[in-house]
Write a protein that binds this ligand. Structure first.
Ligand code: PMV
Length: 313
């Protein structure tokens, strides 16, 4: 018997990094997905196949010694088959570019947790989310949990560490144009850099957190009114805060400039240091914005907001 699950990637619209320090963030899931197929096997082994490589290991290995990016799957399979004398075979198929801030690892953790656990029981989404966050911690110990949460529940949501998430009721009339710098980043390292920026600039950082918190509250109002121009201005303001904490670079600044030329606003999404930027558009400036990026040879595509989140088959 096979169990299949698919989870969407995500864009952090507002509040990355500040969310680590308790500020509210706004995220949405996107219509690019990861699908995981899990199957029980007789042999007491964990086999993982994916388009970035394969991993084949006996159960009960020390997780900290595993260097593969596929280790969250190993963690999940190993946990779920404890005291059961069987193995698990996992296949991973992805439409989400890897390591560029679009939630590929969280979508893997969520779809992996769902596909594997549902081989044994009908696990509720809340339980799957807990498992997924545990798995994500094998690659990034200090995750805020925001990414796995949006990949599980989908749509647009506000999230903060203390209160968790709540969905924002909103009919999205906008498009997001995503451009990839093709510079892979390590979220863990960039979060560490931000921590040292904070430690050297406590007052400035605390003001930035206050400003970001206020910005997010304004955004919640603008979303209610579907005020795209206003949202664009907030996107540009958020980008200035991200510049201040040092997660941008020359290439990203160029891309933001290109994005801003015809869209309502553009910013980094995710950890930064590379990864992706997004530009906010509606029907009137969508094609123009895509063309601006493509004319300058940037990999670029538009995404819609996914309203489903995790799906199981
Ligand atoms: O790993 P990314 O690029 O999807 O972004 C992580 C978002 C951070 O706010 C930087 C970290 C976190 O755990 O929320």
């Amino acid at each position: 018997m096979e169990s299949k699950a698919s989870a969407p990637g995500k864009v952090i619209l507002f509040g990355e990094h500040f969310v680590v320090y308790g500020v509210k963030a706004i995220l949405c899931s996107i219509d690019k997905r990861i699908t995981v197929t899990a199957e029980k096997i007789k042999e007491n082994k964990i086999l993982i196949k994916s388009n970035i490589g394969n991993l084949e290991l006996e159960p009960n290995k020390d997780i900290s010694k595993i260097k593969s990016p596929l280790k969250p799957f190993y963690y999940l399979a190993n946990k779920i088959i404890q005291n059961k004398n069987i193995g698990i075979k996992i296949k991973v198929e992805s439409e989400i570019p890897l390591g560029v801030g679009l939630g590929s690892s969280s979508a893997c953790c969520v779809a992996g947790a769902a596909a594997i656990s549902r081989l044994f029981s009908d696990t509720p989404k809340e339980e799957i989310l807990k498992l997924a966050i545990e798995a994500e911690k094998t690659i990034f110990q200090n995750t805020s949990g925001a990414d796995c949460t949006i990949c599980t529940f989908g749509g647009i949501m506000q999230y903060d560490k203390e209160n968790g998430f709540s969905k924002i009721k909103f009919e999205p009339k906008f498009h997001l144009v995503i451009a990839n710098s093709n510079i892979k980043h390590s979220t863990e390292l960039i979060v560490k850099d931000v921590k040292s920026f904070k430690e050297k600039n406590e007052d400035e950082f605390s003001n930035l957190c206050k400003n970001e918190g206020k910005l997010v509250e304004d955004v919640l109002e603008l979303l209610k009114k579907n005020n795209i121009k206003g949202l664009g201005e907030k996107i540009n303001e958020n980008q200035r805060y991200l510049e201040t904490i040092g997660i941008s670079n020359e290439k990203i600044r160029k891309m933001i400039q290109i994005g801003k030329e015809s869209s309502f606003g553009a910013k980094i999404t995710g950890a930064g240091g590379g990864g992706c930027v997004f530009a906010l558009t509606d029907d009137t400036n969508l094609n123009e914005t895509i063309n601006q990026f493509r004319n300058k040879n940037y990999e670029c595509f538009s995404v819609k907001i996914d309203l489903e989140g995790l799906n199981t088959f």
